[in-house]
Design a protein around this ligand. Structure first.
Ligand code: KG4
Length: 335
């Protein structure tokens, strides 16, 4: 079954063709980073317009890369939530039009379910149940993936997402947007560790919940204080200590989720799952507790259309299709 996957929830227009939820035939991504870099963050209106401009051409390219004609498609899967509402609506309306004209099913896909499904593309033998750690620009959560389309949130951030925190920290360190990757590179140049003592929040009575806003504020304050007092800031050491603090918020909660649920497979997902230090810490922690860890390749961590098509396949098998009245939602639970 060939599914066209469309993703437009934030600042990447992405279209892919995937066969039977597992085999990528094409995976086109048009990044808008250069348009938003000037503002240091995503400007929703600019994002929506850029999606409109890119989506038709990108779809043609994805079909041609996959050596597919429109009539070869069996269904259209599209991200319907969560994300920027205007951006989502662009992809959604395009997907509706295609499904209507081609008379094929329209499949709504939750963006984070899509991120988790990136693992099905990378690891052909992987099957639920497993635990998923989704760490992206807009979401941070640990979920129990009981089956392809049935999952339960075990813990989530109470405030900022991990990626948002990376982007803000990177900004005050003078790094370009989006700052996750440049901050990762800077942290790897650190000559000293533990120079900056950063706060680590704990949510009482919710051991798997997370919080990043205090950490974000602490980094912003350190950078501003250094600027005002003219004191030198060891940017690489701060990038390292910051990343370690994010990792120390995430990794022990993942191992605690293993202990609580008894599941011993963990799949990472989302843009922040590309972070080299968090990947190393997850590997080490999972080895220590004897849990299996799946880390998708870097190109499947960030937003892409293939992950939407992959999850779309399983949503279709579960009978989750939609009519032309499908709407987009800026926020929506994964479960
Ligand atoms: O999953 P994603 O592409 O978009 C969302 O669904 O939100 O994630 C984007 C986020 C950005 O905040 C970006 O800075 C972060 O992922 N990111 C990283 C790295 N690469 C991307 N954060 C930390 N380390 C990285 N290497």
């Amino acid at each position: 079954m060939k599914i066209l996957g469309i993703e437009s929830s934030c600042d990447e227009t992405a279209v892919a063709v995937v066969e039977d939820g597992r085999r990528i035939l094409s995976n086109q991504i048009a990044s808008q980073v250069s348009l938003h870099a000037l503002y240091g963050g995503v400007v929703p209106e600019i994002a929506s317009r850029a999606h409109v401009e890119a989506i038709a051409g990108l779809t043609e390219q994805a079909l041609s890369d996959a050596d597919c004609k429109r009539d070869d498609l069996d269904a259209i899967a599209v991200t319907y939530a969560p994300g920027l509402i205007g951006a989502l609506l662009t992809g959604l309306n395009f997907a509706k039009a295609l499904a209507f004209v081609l008379k094929i099913p329209l499949i709504p896909v939750h963006h984070i379910r899509g991120h988790i499904a990136a693992n099905y593309l990378a690891f052909e033998d992987l099957k639920p149940p497993f635990l998923a750690l989704a760490i992206s620009g807009g979401n941070t959560l640990i979920a129990d993936v009981e089956d392809y389309t049935s999952m339960k949130i075990l813990g989530a951030t109470r405030d900022d997402a991990a990626g948002e925190c990376f982007d803000k920290a990177a900004r005050v360190l003078g790094l370009p947007y989006p700052g996750g990757k440049p901050l990762d590179d800077l942290a790897r140049q650190a000559q000293s560790q533990g120079v900056y003592k950063l706060p680590l929040a704990h949510v009482t009575d919710a051991p798997l919940d997370m919080s990043f806003s205090g950490l974000k504020t602490a980094v912003v304050n350190l950078a501003h204080k250094a600027e005002m007092t003219g004191k030198d800031l060891d940017r690489a050491a701060l990038a390292y200590d910051f990343t370690k603090a994010v990792s120390n918020m995430i990794v022990p909660r993942v191992t605690e989720a293993v202990r609580i649920t008894g599941r011993n497979i963990i799949c990472a997902a989302g843009g922040v799952a590309a972070n080299s230090i968090i990947r190393e810490d997850l590997r080490r922690a999972c080895e220590q507790i004897g849990a299996g860890l799946y880390l998708p390749p870097l190109n499947l961590c960030g937003d892409n259309g293939a992950m939407i098509a992959a999850q779309g396949y399983y949503e279709f098998l579960a009978g989750h299709t939609a009519g032309m009245d499908l709407n987009a939602f800026a926020t929506r639970e994964i479960a």
